[in-house]
Design a protein around this ligand. Structure first.
Ligand code: ATP
Ligand code: MG
Length: 245
């Protein structure tokens, strides 16, 4: 199965060791202020992730994993600290610039797939390319290639409701790859899947990593975490373990 449209892995060494980090966070804090209570969800995160790493983020419920992922993916901004994504200072950007960097740099995969229910698998995959301004023919062709690469070449015209959970997640992965993002972010990607479809998704992530992609995956799934090249553990808004394996 070939999922790398243009990228190839040049070596098996985590790129953090050659100095080219794609994510660079310094003393990141995130405080949610809902009026009555303030929640300090992240209490000073220092994290550098290199090109080509496969990082699993683990930790108990409420420890700040999704908050961290939202910051990494520019869905939200930190209260304090500095964040560089692919060499750009995210903290200084406007909302429009953030939306643009998100569409170009980040591919998201969620536990509940987040597909649009009334349009086909192909149209779902085309969506980021539509926002990215790609011409219609290129969008169609790329969507087909990506869906074939995730094993759904015969389901391109199916709507999400006509697909299984595992197939929906594969559509979501194809969509996440559409803009050739620098990084793929997944929040509990196997959380809603049975163990067999979860296993297929894990294999897909492994293939993507072997092709040189950078993956950051939040998971409670020990089997998925052990496939990663690095495990970062969070407790109560702080990194308590960071190990390459
Ligand atoms: N939008 C929000 N407004 C206020 N508080 C929030 C918000 N989002 C998260 N929190 C709080 O921030 C803390 C971290 O939440 P977060 O969702 O990052 O945890 P998590 O590690 O992803 O948990 P889980 O494993 O259950 O998904 C929690 O105490 C949560 O209640
Ligand atoms: Mg979460």
């Amino acid at each position: 199965m070939s999922l790398g449209l243009t990228k190839t892995k040049t070596n098996g060494v985590p790129a953090a060791s050659n100095g080219s980090s794609i994510i660079h966070m310094d003393a990141i804090r995130k405080v949610y202020d809902t009026g009555k209570v303030k929640v300090e969800a992240l209490k000073g995160i220092d994290l550098a992730i290199g090109n080509g790493e496969f990082v699993a983020i683990v930790g108990p419920s409420g420890s700040g994993k999704s908050t961290l992922m939202n910051l990494i993916g520019c869905l939200d901004t930190p209260t304090d600290g500095r964040y560089e994504l692919a060499g750009e200072h995210v903290s200084d950007l406007t909302r429009d610039q953030l939306a643009d960097i998100r569409n170009r740099r980040v591919g998201f995969i969620f536990q509940n797939f987040n597909l649009l229910p009334h349009i086909s698998a192909s149209e779902n995959v085309e969506m980021p390319m539509l926002f990215g301004g790609l011409p219609v023919r290129e969008r169609r062709e790329r969507a087909r290639t990506l869906l074939e690469a995730v094993g759904l070449g015969d389901r391109t015209e199916h709507k999400p409701t006509e697909l299984s959970g595992g197939q929906m997640q594969r559509v979501a992965i194809a969509r996440a790859l559409a803009m050739e993002p620098a990084i793929l972010l997944a929040d509990e990607p196997t959380g809603n899947l049975d163990s067999s479809s979860g296993g297929d998704i894990m294999t897909l992530f492994n293939d993507l990593w072997n092709q040189g992609r950078t993956l950051v995956i939040i998971t409670h799934d020990q089997a998925l975490a052990t496939r990663a090249s690095r495990i970062v553990e969070i407790h109560d808004g702080r990194i308590t373990r960071d190990e390459r394996q």
